[in-house]
Design a protein. Structure first.
Length: 136
């Protein structure tokens, strides 16, 4: 029971869900921004968290059915402790109406056989020679 005059603090994902229920036209841009952030910093957590919210916005049961998963499976995969397989993320994205499309990163070096195709160029360092000056 809430005390009179005290506002209930709502979790961010609840606010996020409410916003996208009211503004579904902004989901496409949001997903694009999420993937850009994930590519830039390598952190998958914000992406999974937001996909969880978008599944609730679009209907978790429908998304799970279309992905060939259970509701619980989708929730677990996208949970804070989830570690979904790549195929699971692809299935959820497809159910949300999206697909991953490779896009070349202009500043990245191609990797062949686990090694960068173009060797990294490192500036030569001056040699460290012992000083011939007498100690004072």
């Amino acid at each position: 029971m809430e005390a009179k005059g005290v506002a209930r603090i709502r979790p961010f994902d609840e606010l996020e869900e409410k916003y996208f229920l009211e503004h579904p036209e902004e989901i496409d841009e949001y997903i694009h921004i999420l993937f850009e952030g994930c590519v830039e910093d390598g952190n998958l957590r914000p992406l999974l968290s937001s996909l969880r919210v978008l599944c609730r916005v679009r209907g978790l049961t429908r998304i799970a059915d279309e992905a060939g998963m259970s509701r619980r499976g989708v929730q677990k995969a996208l949970s804070d402790t989830g570690n979904p397989e790549f195929g699971t993320v692809l299935a959820i994205l497809r159910s949300l109406g999206y697909k991953l499309v490779p896009q070349k990163i202009e500043h990245a070096q191609p990797i062949i056989g686990g090694y960068s195709h173009t060797p990294e160029i490192v500036a030569p360092q001056p040699e460290q020679r012992p000083s011939r000056r007498p100690a004072t």
